[in-house]
Design a protein around this ligand. Structure first.
Ligand SMILES: Nc1ncnc2c1ncn2[C@@H]1O[C@H](COP(=O)(O)OP(=O)(O)O)[C@@H](O)[C@H]1O
Ligand SMILES: [Mg+2]
Length: 238
């Protein structure tokens, strides 16, 4: 199963979801491969990886993603990102079928892992499109505020266009992240539930300082139960 985490707005908790979802899947005994397609490399640096990267495998044909897989622990593996990925937009612009490079490259890895989780950059550029077209399911984190919802509308339009390439709809679920106990957040979540029904997962990821500390590598993992419950919901959803 390949999950891609997409949202063209930054700071909504994509990388935090990627890290915690992967760790929860690993806790359930699954062998997980993370593919970091964001040049900012937040997921990569969280796991402290610095070696050879996705870029080498996307641009050069000489390296398969398997050759750039780094081992985090016996259950978590990662195809790491680095800053050079920001150059892909340009480097791949002349390539034929450039939207499906990643999907082709991941094909031989599928049966080596139980799950592949792809983190993406906050844009809908060529790498994010590659991530979407590689996915069996999309996870879309949304902070329940107007800008994030606009971001989702852009993804939705993109999905409609991409489903003509894939010839099938790509299933997705919306995940409410960084939620606060404010009237705006409550109202927006209600509106999203009305508009999208069961596509909005029940588990909410609350705004919590623990996640910010986690990204600084301070290991203060609060509310892990939120991600365990979310992981359970995601597995059942697809
Ligand atoms: N639920 C949360 N509560 C508080 N801070 C959060 C939460 N989720 C993420 N963050 C913090 O917000 C910042 C952006 O999150 P991140 O996951 O990197 O978003 P994205 O990948 O969408 O840009 C990071 O510093 C992260 O630690
Ligand atoms: Mg990120």
């Amino acid at each position: 199963m390949i999950y891609s985490i997409v949202q063209n707005k930054g700071g909504v908790g994509k990388s935090t979801l990627c890290i915690n979802f992967a760790e929860c899947l690993a806790k359930l005994g699954k062998k997980v491969l993370i593919v970091d397609t964001d040049a900012q490399a937040n997921s990569t640096s969280y796991f402290g990886i610095e070696q050879g990267t996705l870029y080498d495998s996307m641009i050069g044909d000489d390296k398969t993603p398997l050759q750039v897989v780094a081992t985090v622990n016996p259950n978590i593996f990662i195809v790491p990102a680095d800053l050079r990925l920001s150059d892909c937009e340009y480097s791949l612009s002349q390539r034929i079928a450039r939207e499906q490079i990643l999907s082709n490259k991941l094909e031989p890895l599928k049966n080596k892992f139980d799950c592949i989780v792809i983190d993406t950059a906050p844009n809908l550029g060529v790498l994010t499109i590659n991530a979407i077209l590689s996915a069996d399911a999309l996870l879309i984190p949304i902070v329940p505020e107007p800008f994030s919802i606009q971001g989702f509308n852009m993804i939705n339009n993109m999905l409609t266009r991409l489903s003509t390439i894939r010839k099938t709809q790509i299933p997705y679920r919306l995940i409410m992240t960084r939620t606060k106990n404010t009237a705006l957040h409550k109202e927006t979540i209600d509106q999203m539930k009305k508009a999208y029904g069961n596509l909005v997962l029940e588990t909410r990821i609350k705004e919590s300082i623990g996640y910010a500390e986690q990204s600084l590598g301070q290991g203060a993992k609060k509310n892990t139960y939120e991600y365990l419950s979310l992981t359970d919901e995601i597995i059942k959803a697809f």
